[in-house]
Design a protein around this ligand. Structure first.
Ligand SMILES: CC(C)(COP(=O)(O)OP(=O)(O)OC[C@H]1O[C@@H](n2cnc3c(N)ncnc32)[C@H](O)[C@@H]1OP(=O)(O)O)[C@@H](O)C(=O)NCCC(=O)NCCS
Length: 292
């Protein structure tokens, strides 16, 4: 757990134990002279074609000595030995100057206290009402979702980054074998219709992070470029999370979206006293490396 110290909003302490039980998941620990110095994890997805990497951490005292590169080289050769038919590795990162970049997304972050949450929701609803827009977004059940996700035209209609749904940091291509993984993640989905949507969004269950002692983090993911729908989705998903999740104390929302929506969504979220922006808008990049 101490490898995550000093990393704001780190999901690793919460997910580590789930990872131990997750089918298709490997967690690699690196030791130097018996001491744990690094961690890397990956999930085999896309019906065995892709290793989705996440969770790279090097102990603060060991950074800058090439350990992450050593882990990188080892992990990729190990994966190819273990899964000879694997085609590629994918990952998302907020690190700068990365090679093998496939797509870019933006992450807007808001922070506030649970007591202000209802007020935030009413404030945003009022803004929507003022604009005269009725979102018309609908929740998707499992059968509808399956049909929507397996439609080969969805990636271009919704402009999916690199043709993938990115669940916060994990990219998955749209195929039958990934539906089980998506189900396991227990996401709450919204779309503009259940036949041929041009807009999709979901939130993933919230989890605790060591921000200012302890906070709850809720990730909202938006696909599609319609800014009115994006505003509607944000409010509806916040409302759904408000009723289903245990949102207590300090709450952080991270909204993952196409860059084209950032300006409008920032303006939409600005102006509330209880929930304010937390840092600059971050860039998340999707990386892909093909195996020979
Ligand atoms: C980012 C991190 C893993 C780098 O580990 P490290 O052992 O210090 O890195 P190395 O000495 O092997 O590499 C030197 C540089 O190459 C970069 N690098 C490492 N792997 C890389 C890769 N696969 N592609 C491109 N650049 C890479 C590193 O970011 C580092 O850049 P920096 O000096 O600007 O930080 C480490 O700083 C860390 O654990 N940070 C906190 C957690 C985090 O940000 N993880 C990334 C999750 S997306």
């Amino acid at each position: 757990m101490s490898i995550s110290k000093h990393i704001h909003n780190d999901y690793l302490p919460h997910f580590y134990h789930d990872w131990m039980k997750e089918p298709g998941r490997t967690v690699l620990l690196a030791r130097r002279e018996g001491k744990l110095v690094a961690l890397q994890s990956w999930l085999i997805a896309d019906e065995g074609a892709t290793a989705v990497f996440e969770g790279l951490r090097v102990c603060p005292t060991e950074r800058g000595r090439g350990i992450s590169w050593a882990v990188h080289r080892f992990a990729h050769s190990y994966i190819q030995q273990l899964h000879p038919t694997i085609k590629k590795a994918r990952a998302t990162t907020k690190l700068k100057n990365m090679k093998n970049l496939v797509a870019r997304r933006a992450i807007l972050c808001l922070v506030g206290q649970e007591e202000s949450l209802d007020d935030l929701i009413s404030h945003l609803k009022q803004k929507i009402r003022f604009s005269g827009f009725t979102s018309g977004l609908i929740p998707l059940n499992e059968t509808q979702l399956k049909k929507v996700l397996l439609d080969p035209k969805l990636p271009s209609r919704v402009q999916l980054p690199g043709g993938s749904i990115i669940q916060t940091s994990q990219p998955l291509q749209l195929m039958e074998g990934n539906l089980e993984i998506l189900k396991r993640w227990n996401l709450t989905w919204l779309a503009d219709n259940e036949e041929d949507p041009v807009f999709l969004s979901f939130y993933a269950p919230s989890y605790p992070v060591p921000y200012n002692g302890r906070a709850t983090l809720l990730n909202i993911n938006i696909f599609g470029t319609d800014y009115m729908m994006a505003q509607g989705a944000l409010v509806s998903l916040l409302e759904a999370a408000r009723s289903k999740e245990e949102l207590k104390g300090t709450i952080i929302f991270r909204v993952h979206m196409p860059w084209s929506l950032v300006e409008t969504l920032q303006a939409f979220c600005d102006g509330h006293q209880g929930f304010t922006r937390c840092g600059e808008v971050l860039e998340q990049v999707l990386l892909e490396m093909k195996y020979a």
